[in-house]
Unconditional design. Structure first.
Length: 685
């Protein structure tokens, strides 16, 4: 048998034994059981420590010390066990701190065992050399196959042993973690880690989707589940940042730290699986700060995942070529500004990159599919399908993979997202394409409303309308800023934001134009001023607002009026055919709960007032998401646009077929209701 195979089998055997000890630890209810586990851990540590001493000290000395150490640890262990047997039966139960200490010792022992054994076997196999200081050597060991693979096996086996004690969600969460560990990119030979980077990113994305969907369905969570999820998200944010740094400059220290953190977290959970059971006690969506933390951690992990994809798939030099060179000054004071600007360029480059958008598209797309599955209205289901199609075709495939960048700028709409977008600046040869983009979008908004953009073509539709993010629309009514932006009236805040946005983009466009005709020479380190403004708005500010949902509500780009491209289309939508119509305004009068006022992700709470007063609702901010249609228990809301106008004109007007069960009359009321509503209104009557 080759030495390598022998070492591998030995490492696997130790990992299996480690998993068994962890499993024993998870079942230890009595003091004696816990003492036995601690003794087994001590023996594992002494064995692996002995192997390491044998490998690093002169052979004879190493063997002597190893045998001496093991013997004394065994003697001490037996003495400790006997001592536990002599403890009185009615000894007080362990405190939570005592149990946490027990778990801490078991985990530290398990990790120490694998690290020492991994190092001993790696040195013995000749595949590892101790280079650099202790920190460098430890980092290299923790990210090597000699540590990661046995630990993955230990994680997987211990998970399988306790699997039956876990609720389904916790089992999925813990089950994916060994898979993620097995896909650590540092396991691949140098220069060929791309497949592992992508596969690991895919598993992590699945994990995020699972977590977000679970949160959507469970507003109240068991505290163990909630605590575990929030910490695991933090660890993944660190892990992705670590992978990015490793890809960028070859330093795996942060990644190694995240690996250890994840293992500690995982084994801590395996050692106390009961934490995932019991009554739900945390109503997570009542805590704005906590929700913000969760969204932020997911976003940070996604950001670095996108950046890692960019480096792995496009190459480091291609990625760096996208970043403008901002020369730093000679002193700290003169360097802060350039560094800040470089930071902005770095962040916006990643957030606008194709791989980031693809990853986000898949993640947010999965949440859209969950929303579709829970949607009763056929029209909304179809629209959500169009949102998916629009994102992958219009936002991603055509601009990023189909058209060459040079060609793209000559194609209206596709190459001109947000009216500036990938087309670049505001200069004479491209004026026609720019104006054509505005004209096409304007016509679409006049005919169908701003829904063609804000609930369709814009990538914001994908981001905001997936199940999890849509469920956060309660913050439109609860957050301080969200409350100021409620309803269709143009508040002072909206007016100020709207004016600032339009003023800035107009100034930027004029500067861009003057620069291109040679009147001035103004760029932002070579970047066109108008294009830079667009990037600031949509590759930076937009995401800041997005992660701030708990403080500003959902769809804040619409409700606050900060998106110039959105407000342009919303204005035309308001002037055009699009509106919501009430099939019967009297139904709204008698409707006691008015759920449509809570359904709108933009916060349009005055729908019923419009229906009752005018029989229809028209508003600048209405972007036709359709959640109100879905929420109305009477199926009383109807979308109306140029198609209905044409039907009316051509004499083919027909009442839209209800997509809900036929409404029926509320007892004692002149209006109709279905079973759900009858149940809903009963307590109020
Ligand atoms: S307001 Fe702007 S960013 Fe928001 S959905 Fe509309 S076009 Fe997109
Ligand atoms: S839920 Fe339906 S019936 Fe009730 S106020 Fe809204 S549109 Fe009218």
């Amino acid at each position: 048998m080759s030495p390598l195979l022998l070492f591998t089998l030995f490492a696997a055997a130790m990992a299996s034994f480690g998993a068994f000890v962890i499993w024993l630890g998870s079942r230890s209810r009595r003091r004696f059981d816990r003492a036995l586990v601690l003794v087994l851990v001590a023996m594992m540590v002494s064995m692996s420590g002995g192997a390491l001493l044998y490998e690093t000290l002169p052979p004879l000395l190493g063997i002597e010390i190893a045998i001496f150490l093991s013997m004394w640890i065994m003697v001490a262990g037996i003495g400790y066990l006997v001592g536990q047997l002599l403890e009185p039966e009615n000894a007080p139960p362990p405190t939570p701190r005592g149990l946490a200490t027990f778990r801490g010792i078991v985990i530290a022992g398990g990790l120490g065992t694998e690290a020492m054994l991994g190092l001993a076997l790696a040195l013995a196999s000749g595949s590892f050399a101790l280079r650099g200081g202790p920190g460098v050597a430890l980092t290299a060991l923790l990210t090597s196959a000699w540590f990661l693979l046995p630990m993955t096996l230990e994680m997987a086996l211990s998970f399988l042993l306790i699997r039956k004690e876990l609720p389904t969600f916790a089992a999925a969460l813990l089950g994916l973690q060994p898979a993620l560990m097995a896909l650590s990119p540092t396991l691949a030979p140098a220069g060929s880690s791309t497949a592992l980077v992508v596969a690991g990113g895919a598993v992590m994305t699945v994990l995020f989707v699972l977590i977000m969907e679970y949160f959507t369905r469970h507003r109240s969570l068991q505290s163990g589940v909630f605590g575990y999820v929030t910490v695991v998200l933090g660890v993944y944010a660190v892990m992705m940042a670590g992978l990015f740094l490793w890809q960028y400059d070859g330093n795996p220290a942060l990644f190694a730290l995240s690996v250890v953190l994840e293992m500690v977290l995982f084994f801590d959970a395996v050692l106390s699986p009961t934490r995932f059971q019991g009554e739900a006690t945390v109503v997570w969506d009542l805590k704005a700060g906590v929700v913000f933390g969760i969204i932020l951690l997911v976003f940070v992990a996604e950001f670095f995942m996108g950046a890692t994809f960019d480096l792995a798939l496009d190459g480091r030099s291609a990625f760096l070529a996208l970043l403008p060179n901002v020369p730093a000054g000679p002193t700290l004071a003169t360097s802060v500004g350039p560094w800040f600007l470089e930071g902005i360029f770095f962040v916006t480059t990643v957030l606008g990159s194709s791989w980031f958008l693809l990853m986000m598209g898949l993640e947010m797309g999965a949440l859209i599919v969950f929303k579709m599955l829970g949607t009763r209205s056929r029209e909304t289901r179809v629209r959500l399908g169009l949102v998916l199609g629009a994102f992958f075709l219009y936002t991603l495939y055509l601009p990023a993979f189909y058209f060459a960048p040079d060609t793209l700028r000559w194609i209206p709409m596709v190459g001109w997202s947000m009216g500036f977008g990938t087309g670049g600046g505001f200069f004479p040869p491209l004026l026609f394409v720019l104006l054509a983009t505005y004209a096409i979008s304007a016509v679409l908004s006049l005919l169908f409303g701003a829904r063609q953009l804000c609930s369709g073509l814009c990538s914001a539709a994908l981001m905001y309308q997936g199940s999890f993010y849509d469920s956060l629309k309660t913050f439109n009514r609860r957050s301080p800023v969200g409350r100021k932006l409620l309803g269709s009236r143009i508040s002072r805040l909206y007016g100020a934001v709207f004016s600032l946005s339009w003023a800035s983009i107009t100034v930027a466009a004029v500067l861009s134009y003057l620069n291109h005709i040679g009147t001035i020479q103004w760029t932002v380190y070579g970047e066109d001023v108008a294009y830079f403004t667009y990037v600031l708005y949509f590759d930076l500010l937009w995401y800041l607002v997005f992660v701030s949902i708990p403080f500003v509500g959902t769809y804040a780009c619409v409700s606050s009026g900060y998106c110039y491209w959105g407000t342009f289309n919303q204005l035309l939508g308001r002037l055009g055919f699009f509106r919501l119509k009430a099939r019967d305004p009297a139904t709204c009068v008698a409707c006691t709960t008015k759920p449509c006022t809570k359904a709108c992700p933009v916060g349009l709470t005055d729908l019923p007032a419009g229906f009752i007063k005018n029989g229809e609702f028209r508003a600048l901010k209405c972007i036709g998401v359709g959640d109100c249609v879905e929420s109305c228990p009477y199926d009383n809301i109807l979308f109306w646009d140029v198609r209905h106008w044409l039907r009316d004109r051509l004499g083919h007007g027909r009442r839209e077929a209800p997509s809900f069960p036929a409404p029926r009359k509320v007892p004692g009321s002149p209006v109709l209701a279905d079973e759900t509503t009858l149940r809903m209104v009963a307590p109020h009557r």
